[in-house]
Unconditional design. Sequence first.
Lengths: 323, 397
Amino acid sequence: MRWRTPMLAVATFASVTVLSACTFSYTPTPLPSEPANPQPTTSSSPAKPSTCANPLASYEPRGTLPTPESLPGGSTMAKIQKRGRLVAGVSADTYLLGSRNPLTGEVEGFDIDMVKAVARAIFGDPDRYQLKVITAAQRIPALEKGDVDIVARNMTINCDRWKQIAFSTEYYRSGQKILVRKGSKANSITDLAGQKVCAPRGTSSMDNLIKKAPEAIPVAADNHTGCLALFQQGQVAAITGDDTVLAGLAAQDPYAVVPDQKAFTEEPYGLGFNEKDVDFVRFVNARLDEMRGDGEWTRIYNRWLKDALGPAPNPPRAVYGRT
Amino acid sequence: MDTPQRLRLLSLAVVVVGVVVALVGGLIFSYLAFSLSRAKADTAQLIRIQKIQSNLLSADATATNAFLVGGLEPPAQRAVYDEALSSTSSLIVEAAQAQPADAAALSALNQQVVSYAATIEQARANNRQGLPVGAQYLRNASADLRSTALPILDNLVSSNAARAAEEMDVRVGYVFPVISLLALAGVIVGQLWLARRFKRKINVGMLASAAVLLILTVGGLIAAQQLGSTLSSIANGSFAAVNTAADARIDANNAKSNESLTLIARGSGQAFEDAWKSSADSVAGNVQRLGERPELVTQWQAYTDVHGKIRELDDGGKWDSAVDLATGSAPDSSNTVFGTFDQNLAGYLDEVSQDASSSLANAQPAIVVGAILILLGGLAAAFLGRWGIAARLKEYR
């Protein structure tokens, strides 16, 4: 048959056209582009701290500590007593100072025991308190709005904060230190040149790290516990922060140690109050004096911090003179 | 050129036209049948990927919720987590076999799932010892899941949805009636030439060939049109419902995780609550769109009410009561109310997934039959035309 050849040509042409229209394999599913590596926060230098004569000076107690039965009428303490509970703003994730014990569900620590001591002075019962877990940034607004009576959340006394709130006398002297792996030779922040050091994003700990150890590689996490996770995963060689916080981290990991060292900053902790509650500040200062004198402060210190930081030092001296 | 030569040429032309119609039509319709089976496979893959996504988020929701309970997690929740994670693993393998183009993405996903599971175990180990760093590992695992695994899954979903949509585009079917119509016109011209040249005005073979081509043209047009409307009703019906329901389930489980993460963060969880809100809004919109199951709307509303109560308790300083409501198994607890919604939605999702693949499967046999009929019809047109012209050629012997 003569039409065979053209036939074949046509058939081939047709098949090629139709088949080229259908693709037999798909283009592979693309992978998402790698997220940009989080840059260490080279946080802009903080506003120049304001100065004042002596930030540690608080309001002097008037006479001896009144008993729960003889609180002055109309005072802040009397109002709290009438309400039936002391409302305190605390942290729930700073181990040893204020953290939730996952086994019991209770928030506990050095700061919480301070709250209990104040509750005992007002009610004669250390358990008449309600905790509100707040972030570091919420401490001052919570006091200003009156959401809490007292803040016990590793809060450093300084001149800036005195403009907005009131502080008790110093109840703990902390300072910034470093935490390293067991066996590391580093015992000061300057030994960490060229190594990755973690601090929480946007804190004074981070600023100090950049200032005091410009050779170290700063790595930011959301909080100190986040730094511990990075440390355990080998992503950072050291963590820097207040010694109490570091003690809390070291207690969670037998391979993390806070070597003997001199703190490179001074962080005096105070209990925070609304600036109008001067009577309450005087009352709590009297209570703190009592605790310094009768060994209660030392007992509390040893309960929480002795294992991590060694036996209690002398309690910080009370400074008065604010009017 | 004398008349017999012209007749032979015409005969050859008619045969070529008929065979071209047969081949092109057969190929187009086979291609459509092939597209449809690929659309079915793509839809199945899409459903698989969405299942992986909701399984992962449901595992995360369970893990975070169990965390709130305390050091010892309830065995029932542990079992749900294990089940969700192991079915995720087998689905990933299944999906990689089903679609080689997804293999690279699925292997990246698999790495993320492995690292997620490892971090959760680390969280669990620390939590059992009462160490707060456990909660941090849990947060890291959840955050990594969202920042690395979910984007891969999003890519997989959109790639497979695009593939299925491409395969469901059957406009190429309209090429056949056009070709068939051109062939018909050619045969009619040949018939007219024969009518002018010979005494017999009507050539039965050519007329029959033209009739066959007319039937093929009309039939092909109807078939292409029918197929288009069937597929668009699947695309807008069960296929769309699959996507909407899957999105709702994914967002719902995402919200449930964030509810627990907010409570775990205790006072510092505003970011998780914000994430809860945006997921919850999207769930509400999607269940509203699923007109077929109005009870889903009320069930979701019931869950958001419980969530509102949890937030109220937590914000009011009653964290323990909030946790009780979030982790308990009472009839009005978050877990129970959410579970009712989630199970109902999962059941509905299975149903519409079945629908989508079975309606795609149902459309296939008709297309295969169409391809065979066209092949036979085109060959018949060629044969009839040749036979008709052969009768005229005989007159010259």
